[in-house]
Design a protein around this ligand. Structure first.
Ligand SMILES: *Cc1c(COP(=O)(O)O)cnc(C)c1O
Length: 401
């Protein structure tokens, strides 16, 4: 294979040089348990405090409002399960979320339903967005928690979190947001935006996999997910992963410091990709054009299967992701694309490219040089492609929006 073009940064990112350099000493020389009392523990303890300051500064909160976790999934589980236990004590049993959340939220919400909670899954519109009005209309006297993602991992839409927070604040309902895709890419200020809890993950912003954090506003007490030692002020047991915590501190600092520059760069590449791909006949963009994450491209090509596009792209060294079987062997198209109202047949032919500051114009040239020919080849083999009319043959034309 000639080269690797990695455009799947919404799935994970490579560790950056500055992050690796910052974390290295804590994998080797600085090995002390941060909770111990001898001198070997002072350095790791100080390093964790510094990382907590860095994360707090990036979100504009107090360091004591930041709790380190093992991943974004843990942060989401903790926020929902931990707060559900608290709100039930006040007879609040209703939770509001959306139907395009990450499975870390959706499956946790389903678990809570099995435990007697009532969950409303707000439907998104065809652009993949919900409004603050929808949230307002769904709030009931027994609503205790709203959990709505900041930005969607598949279609890149950015939700109106400050407006939603305003509604929650007014109705005295706690707002959690899964900001794993937004942190470092979109300006976030938890104070100004009135966010009560926020999940983030390191490996989406060039820290290693296996580190995350949960911001919990002072005064809110989700019960522990992990009971154990007194780490994280007694609220999350487990010996601290010093090296990865240091990595997260460095990664979020880098991301926030370079946000403007990186956003301009990613947006330009994204827009070139969108324009180039939409020039292919019978192709549509999934998710709102704006507001959209600077690095997200998600398109559907009628008449083909996402997996076959991925295999062909891989033969050219291009790593991307599709709207179908991305979820471990399942043949169902993504719940996100279906929620946007795409017919199954079209959702199946979807492709997500997510660029980062590491991608270049030359890589975009290369992708745009090869994808149109790949699509044409696949369509020529497709039993559902009408070559003459350059459209998909569908049994029910009403399905074709
Ligand atoms: C990646 C991701 C997660 C999960 O984070 P992990 O650290 O991989 O557990 C949660 N939510 C969203 C929106 C994500 O993109």
């Amino acid at each position: 294979m000639a080269k690797t073009i990695y455009v799947d940064n919404a799935a994970t990112t490579p560790v950056s040089d500055s992050v690796l350099e910052a974390m290295m000493p804590y994998l080797k020389e600085v090995y002390g348990n941060p909770s111990s009392l001898y001198h070997v523990s002072e350095e790791p303890k100080a390093a964790i405090a510094k990382a907590r300051d860095q994360v707090a500064k990036a979100l504009n909160c107090e360091p004591r409002e930041i709790f380190f976790t093992s991943c974004g999934t843990e942060s989401d589980n903790w926020a929902l399960k931990g707060y559900a236990v608290q709100m039930k004590k006040r007879d609040k049993t209703h939770i509001i979320t959306t139907n395009i959340e990450h499975h870390a939220i959706l499956h946790t919400a389903q678990f809570l339903e099995s435990q007697g909670f009532d969950v409303t899954y707000l439907p998104v519109n065809e652009d993949g967005l919900v409004t603050a009005e929808q949230v307002r209309d769904a709030i009931r006297p027994e609503t205790g928690l709203v959990s709505i993602m900041y930005a969607n991992n598949e279609v890149g839409t950015i939700f109106p979190i400050p407006e939603i927070a305003e509604v929650c604040h007014e109705k005295e309902v706690i707002l959690h947001t899964d900001a794993v895709q937004a942190v470092g890419h979109v300006p976030i200020d938890v104070k100004a935006q009135k966010i009560d809890m926020l999940s983030l993950s390191g490996h989406k912003i060039h820290a290693p996999k296996g580190i995350g954090a949960l911001y919990v506003r002072k005064g809110i007490m989700p019960v522990n997910l992990l009971h154990g030692g007194g780490q994280e002020r007694g609220r999350r047991g487990g010996t601290e992963n010093t090296a990865f915590i240091v990595a997260l501190g460095q990664a979020i600092t880098d991301a926030v410091e370079n946000m403007e520059k990186n956003t301009d760069h990613c947006r330009r590449l994204r827009d070139r990709l969108i324009e180039g791909l939409l020039a292919i006949p019978a192709t549509r963009l999934n998710g709102a054009r704006d507001p959209r994450l600077p690095g997200n491209v998600n398109v559907s090509f009628e008449g083909i299967e996402g997996e076959s596009i991925l295999l062909m792209l891989d033969a050219y060294g291009i790593c991307a992701s599709s709207g179908s079987a991305c979820t471990s062997g399942s043949l169902d198209p993504s719940h996100v694309l279906l929620a946007l109202g795409l017919p199954h047949a079209i959702a199946h032919g979807s492709l997500r490219l997510s660029v980062s500051e590491n991608n270049t114009d030359e890589e975009v040239d290369y992708i745009l040089e090869h994808v149109p020919a790949i699509i044409e080849r696949l369509r020529n083999m497709s039993p559902v492609w009408d070559k003459e009319n350059q459209r998909m043959i569908m049994e029910d034309d009403n399905l074709k929006k």
